[in-house]
Design a protein around this ligand. Structure first.
Ligand code: C5J
Length: 233
């Protein structure tokens, strides 16, 4: 971004348009990990159709590429646990009747364990060395992580949020961020759920009541705002 006017963009969003200073904005990509996206991972062990999530990859890729072009701060998150499971509450491990539990060996390594192949981010959206990766033991990106410190260090006030799943880790992170004073714009087609109806309702919950948790915009609207800002004199 060449000068300060280049750095402001207006996104067509719901419940209303929002103007953001890109120098105070980060792109946050939630949990685009093989464990959620691919057969044999955590998502599938819970009985989910992982194919439902593929639709978010291309929109996220477009925004990621534009963010990289503008020099915007990019943060990737990964849900997962230490190999000794010391950060995994028994209440999480023992829950339900999955085909494999957290920590069990699966086709992509131990389920939802840091350092295993399944825990890593899908190749299409793989972080650059210069980008930040936050490992989180919970659904929200702020709980038991350095997320707050990182955002403060870079002077971030606004988050463009996308990833999976809409109603779980995206919604939890947006609620945590909203309570901490961040403006969150959720990229609708850059999110997905194993349950399409939860995706729809998850987005509605964010933008209802005048944007009680934040704003919702399409990836096209975010790209347009970034593009328009670049051409401002
Ligand atoms: C879930 C997530 N669904 N990233 N995690 O367990 O949404």
């Amino acid at each position: 971004m060449a000068n300060s006017s280049d750095a402001v963009g207006k996104i067509v969003a719901e419940p209303e348009p929002i103007e953001l200073d890109w120098t105070k904005t980060a792109l946050v990509i939630i949990d685009m990990q093989r464990d959620f996206m691919e057969p044999g991972g955590f998502g599938e062990t819970l009985g989910n159709d992982v194919g439902q999530l593929a639709r978010a990859v291309q929109p996220i890729g477009s925004v990621l590429s534009a963010a990289r072009d503008t020099g915007m701060l990019v943060i990737h998150t990964r849900e997962g646990h230490l190999p000794d499971l010391s950060d995994a509450p028994p209440a999480k491990i023992e829950r339900g009747a999955p085909s494999l539990r957290i920590g069990d060996p699966g086709p992509m390594g131990r389920i939802l364990i840091r350092g295993e192949a399944g825990h890593d981010i899908i190749p299409e959206l793989y972080p650059l060395d210069s980008e930040i990766v936050i490992d989180k033991p919970g659904k929200g990106a702020f709980y038991a992580t350095e997320m707050g410190d990182v955002l403060q260090k870079y002077g971030i006030e606004n988050l463009l949020v996308c990833g999976v799943t809409t109603e779980v880790c995206v919604n939890t992170t947006v609620r945590e961020a909203n309570d901490r004073g961040y403006r969150c714009v959720v990229i609708a087609d850059g999110c997905a759920s194993y349950f399409p109806e939860f995706h729809e309702m998850g987005l509605k919950m964010i933008k209802a009541q005048g944007g009680i948790f934040g704003w919702v915009a399409s990836s096209a609207a975010v790209l347009e705002a970034l593009e328009t800002s670049k051409t401002l004199a």
